[in-house]
Design a protein around this ligand. Structure first.
Ligand code: SAM
Length: 312
């Protein structure tokens, strides 16, 4: 099945990257390569687009889509937390723009057969990079009840974590939980009917998010990446990050705040001892959100938040 176009906030991302012909920019999350396709045209004829995705399907698709610009594009099947190593191997000391459009793509949700969706009956896998070993099947069928509770609570902010974990452990003794739909039925059975009826989202949404985050180690990777951002950008270089839930957005917001504040010494000290100086400034005080029209035409955009910051 072909790739579907999934770019969220495309105009905003293009505008706020501040791209010029000749710039070097990095799309850390190629996905359907919608952002990358617009980006490359803004930096022609002599710019360079570095594209990364941990999903081999995304790299294959981007290779085809960006073929007309192949001399100006370098693609890497890698995790974006590897960007410092990738740039240094290319001899690049800084870039003009970096884009992250976090989470999973429409293609992964609908066509990957890896169990990202509770609406499709697929093997419980959820790896974005199938070279990794840990799968959702392994977590669901072998982690202890308390480990499952922690994952659902920490990464899904699921208030019925304990009940759901208990039910999973009861059911998996009878038979291993192999598919996304089997898991979703167990979750639905564990959540009190009254609470489920009151929620705007499907009862499985938070647990599926939590498992995906745990399988792909998403938050640690993002945190490591954010710590490196100022050292990857050239002066006035821009970072654009689109996040889709509060756990991601918090990591981005807190990292940017640290870079903006600089000094981390207690206010009671008469003078700075840490030596940290401000390295980035946010372009907007608040995150930007998609327009009403965009949310109407693409409901996946509804929880998106775009933060833009500039290296100083
Ligand atoms: C929301 S989609 C990106 C959509 C894309 N911007 C577009 O225009 O079509 C997110 C993509 O990022 C990839 N991804 C998520 N976390 C990643 C990470 N830590 N390193 C590399 N790729 C990642 C996923 O595999 C997925 O393909």
């Amino acid at each position: 099945m072909g790739f579907e176009h999934t770019s969220v906030m495309p105009q905003e991302v293009q505008e706020h990257q501040n791209l010029k012909p000749g710039h070097i920019c990095v799309d850390c999350t190629l996905g359907g390569a919608g952002h990358a396709f617009s980006t490359i045209r803004a930096i022609l004829p002599d710019g360079l687009l570095i594209g990364i995705d941990q999903d081999a399907d995304a790299i294959r698709h981007a290779t085809d889509l960006l073929h007309p610009f192949k001399d100006q594009v370098r693609l890497f099947h890698s995790n974006f937390s590897d960007l410092p190593r990738i740039l240094s191997a290319m001899g690049i000391t800084g870039v003009n723009a970096i884009v992250l459009d976090l989470g999973f793509s429409l293609n992964q949700l609908k066509n990957s057969n890896r169990g990202f969706s509770f609406n499709q009956n697929e093997p419980l896998d959820m790896r974005m990079d199938i070279r990794n070993h840990l799968t959702a099947f392994e977590i669901v069928n072998s982690f202890s009840e308390s480990e499952l509770t922690d994952i659902f609570f920490k990464y899904g902010e699921e208030k019925f974590s304990r009940r759901i974990a208990r039910k999973i452990v009861e059911e998996r003794i009878k038979t291993p939980i192999r598919t996304s739909m089997a898991l979703s039925q167990i979750i639905t059975g564990a959540v009190p009917k009254k609470s489920a009826a009151k929620q705007r989202i499907h009862p499985s949404t938070r647990v599926f998010q939590a498992l995906r985050i745990a399988v792909n180690n998403e938050l640690d990777r993002l945190e490591n990446f954010m710590a490196a951002v100022p050292s990857l950008l050239l002066e006035n270089g821009r970072l654009c990050v689109i996040s889709f839930h509060s756990l991601e957005d918090r990591i981005v917001k807190q990292a940017l705040r640290r870079f903006e504040n600089g000094c981390t010494c207690p206010k009671t000290l008469p003078e700075c001892l840490c030596g940290f100086v401000p390295r980035m400034k946010s372009v907007f005080r608040r995150a930007l959100v998609p327009s009403k029209q965009e949310i109407e035409s693409n409901p996946m955009a509804r929880s998106a938040k775009l933060r833009v910051a500039q290296k100083i």
